[in-house]
Design a protein around this ligand. Structure first.
Ligand code: BTN
Length: 275
């Protein structure tokens, strides 16, 4: 499958997806292959119809029954003089947001690695650096596609799926191709420009400035207001008037009634009530 990025980014990558009927985790599979063959081609993709030990962030399990989720991990090259890897998950979240919006699902990216519909998670992203000369990025994406209400409830955290949102059942291989097409320009932009290439879209679609949030930092919950995003995509949290803390990772809990910026078709910018 060849996907050429748009003229603006000038990027070009040949995606080579391999579908596995069952694997423990596509992320582990990619890492195993990388360890065996560090010259694995950029654009290598492992996708699975079922993962038996899918992994999320913070050591969580990622549940995925047969043909229920789009689960894949891709290999993206890291240039030695390239931008910090932190914002790669933001690029991927924007791409998945595009895919869902194009299908009429009112999604939004959530810093740093989720896509939500309302307050329900529909996609999670895991980024890991694979050491080497040059190093590479393993980007694992789990999109809830055909999960039914009962399975969503079993997750134990607010979650939704494309099926739940649209009533349709989806075939996974064409959806993977669509996801890779959506990912190419965003990842190319990030690789070329870093977070600067994502900033406008990110600020428009994600947590709005001034929104009160709390962020889990290990066992601690740090509270404040979103003051913006730093040059590498780190979240700037105003914890007290005039005191801004850069947050590089963690999980946002959104306690307040903040307005959430949103784009709709035609590029119109509107505001909708938060939780
Ligand atoms: C998260 O939200 O915690 C990240 C979830 C990432 C899940 C995907 S599914 C494909 C790839 N393989 C894994 O084991 N994990 C990632």
């Amino acid at each position: 499958m060849r996907v050429t990025a748009d003229r603006e980014t000038g990027g070009d990558i040949v995606w080579a997806p391999t579908w596995l009927e069952e694997v423990d985790s596509t992320q582990l599979e990619l890492k195993r292959r990388w360890a065996q063959r560090p010259d694995l081609a950029p654009g290598t993709v492992f996708a699975a119809r079922r993962q038996t030990a899918g992994r999320g962030r913070h050591g969580r399990a990622w549940i995925s029954g047969v043909n229920r989720n789009l689960c894949f991990s891709l290999l993206w090259p890291l240039a030695p003089d390239g931008p910090p890897a932190a914002a790669a998950t933001l690029a991927a979240a924007l791409a998945v947001d595009d895919l869902l919006q194009a299908r009429g699902i009112p999604s939004r990216p959530k810093w740093p690695n989720d896509v939500l519909v309302g307050e329900r998670k529909i996609c999670g992203i895991l980024a890991e650096i694979l050491p080497g000369e040059p190093a590479a990025l393993a980007l694992g994406i789990g999109l809830n596609v055909n999960l039914e209400a009962e399975a969503l409830t079993a997750i134990g955290r607010p979650a939704t799926s494309m099926r739940e949102e649209t009533g349709q059942v989806y075939d996974l291989p064409p959806l993977l191709e669509e996801a890779l097409r959506a990912l190419t320009p965003w990842l190319s932009r990030w690789a070329r420009l870093g977070f600067a290439g994502l900033r406008v879209a990110w600020e428009l679609r994600s947590q709005s400035l001034g929104q009160p949030i709390g962020i889990h930092q290990g066992a601690d919950l740090v509270r404040g207001r979103v003051a913006g995003y730093g040059p590498a995509g780190e979240l700037l949290l105003e914890t007290a008037p005039g005191r801004v803390q850069a947050i590089w990772s963690g999980e946002i809990v959104e306690p307040g009634a903040g307005a959430v910026n949103r784009t709709v078709a035609g590029g119109v910018h509107e505001s909708m009530a938060g939780p």
